[in-house]
Design a protein around this ligand. Structure first.
Ligand SMILES: [Zn+2]
Length: 265
């Protein structure tokens, strides 16, 4: 069987990542395992392998039209708090690849129908040879420290009372460090230096790769960017507002700084 593109007849048992319109099929709040015929679903429009888990294939099945039982279709976020983190990671891959298939059916160069490549996760145009890969959008997270405070902001996407560290997309031709410094200055008007890499996390909403940095405050007063940041401020580690969960990179970075402050006391 081809590693990536295949037909249902090739598969006996697998973990199934069934995706439709940005939602994942989680009939028992878990990724279903078994043979396709057990599930009573119609044949998917696209089928390919996205990985393996414990020697079993992990397959992506994509539908364009929503199927029945809407409560079985959930955001991949539902797996973020799953005790085994690999399910969120595989779901992230499935969601991003499903979106890639959906948005690359035709060649961006000559307009012909694209084909799924059998040996790698890519789409190939049989007419002109143009090849595309799933899009990944690099995004920096910056946790800024000033004395014994951390800068947290509430973006216009967050409910009142919920704060996080700053985030922004990397622009073409920019290093991660340049993007971090620029985003901080744009979003809150503050200058930072001494960036230290914290870690990374794929974030499939829809195709970000989060890369975190700790930074030290240098100068400037907080001035929130209109239409982007609703409020921002310096928070002491024992007086934090509601922050992202520990499964997210931003949540981990805030908690790491909190521990650093505790150690220093
Ligand atoms: Zn083409």
């Amino acid at each position: 069987m081809n590693k990536h593109s295949l037909s249902l007849a090739d598969v006996s048992q697998a973990y199934w990542f069934v995706v439709c319109q940005g939602k994942l099929w989680l009939p028992q709040a878990e990724i279903p395992f078994g043979s396709w015929s057990e599930f009573g679903l119609t044949e998917p429009e696209q089928l390919c392998q996205i990985g393996e888990w414990q020697q079993q294939p992990c397959l992506l099945a994509v539908y364009q039209d929503q199927l029945s039982v809407p409560e079985h279709w959930q955001s991949a976020r539902a797996l973020l708090e799953h005790p085994q983190s690999h399910w969120f990671e595989l779901a992230a891959r499935a969601m991003q690849f499903a979106l890639f298939l959906q948005t690359h059916r035709y060649c961006g160069q000559c307009g012909s129908a694209m084909r799924l490549v059998s040996w790698e996760l890519a789409m190939l145009c049989p007419q002109c040879g143009h090849r595309t890969y799933p899009r990944i959008s690099p995004c920096v997270l910056v946790a800024i420290r000033k004395d014994d405070c951390i800068l947290l902001a509430r973006s216009n996407r967050h409910k009142p009372g919920f704060f996080s560290i700053l985030a922004g997309f990397v622009e073409s031709g920019e290093t991660l460090e340049q993007a971090a410094v620029r985003e901080v200055e744009e979003e809150v008007g503050v200058r930072v230096a001494n960036l230290r890499y914290a870690g990374s996390q794929p974030w499939p909403f829809p195709h970000s790769l989060m890369m975190g940095f700790y930074a030290d405050y240098v100068s400037g007063d907080i001035v929130c960017q209109p239409n982007e940041i609703v409020e921002a401020g310096w928070f002491k580690p024992d007086e934090l507002p509601e922050i992202p969960p520990v499964q997210t990179l931003s949540g981990q970075m805030i908690r790491y700084l909190q521990q650093e402050f505790d150690k220093a006391q």
